[in-house]
Ligand binder design. Sequence first.
Ligand code: ZN
Ligand code: FE
Ligand code: FE
Ligand code: ZN
Length: 266
Amino acid sequence: MLLPDYHIHTARCGHAKGAMWEYVEKALALRLPEIGFADHIPMYWLNDQDRDPGIAMSFEGLAEYVAEVEKLRVVYPSIPIRLGIEADYMPDFEMELKKVLDQYSFDYVLGSVHYIDGWGFDNPAYLEKYKHINIDELYYQYFSLVQQAARSGLFHVLSHPDLIKKFGYRPKADLQEAYDKTARAFAEAGVGMEINTAGLRVPAKEIYPALGLLQACKNYAVPVTTGSDAHEPGQVGFAFDSVRCLLEEVGYTEVLYFNNLVSKGC
Ligand code: ZN
Ligand code: FE
Ligand code: FE
Ligand code: ZN
């Protein structure tokens, strides 16, 4: 099955490397059918002075980012290049996010939960907190935010849907019920779920999502997208062979394309 890479970052977020054209060149070398940039949206929920240039691009950067994707489409007509964005879900800031999203014609919006009550739990700078909290409760809180994000109507796809496992803190509780609830929320909201290979590059050492969540999504017929979460050109299409195996194991025969077509097995 040919898999597009819809989760590609750029140096504009302050923590990714390489020029945008280098990501495209890598995709061409791998013969990917299609790609999409999805860099971190400006930290719209904060005041100007509190935005961290090492976490996300600025609002000026966003305009340049959109313009550069449009330029690359002209330079590389042989591969469809989609304009996406990775947008943090922040409860109570839905209107602010909508305002940003409405300014550009994004082909898709990836919704990401990176914060729980203001704690950037996926940021290695704030790991200490894991030692002082109930991990089971943290997981339930995380998945309830993911479900809320799905229902917000702001996103097409929920990205790295079990990012909470990133640093390898695992719950004692069985998560299948939370997975089922999450998959049902995706189905009811009509959003897709991303299969994201970045999980293999961090202590979790496992694709996002876990097998049980992917199976639950299959049961509810939730469409899936594929992404590497590349933060350097060499990571484009990262471990897509593992994604193919996983799709086959769970019985997915197609993945979502943002040109409204659907990939059939090949
Ligand atoms: Zn990033
Ligand atoms: Fe993310
Ligand atoms: Fe990302
Ligand atoms: Zn991400």
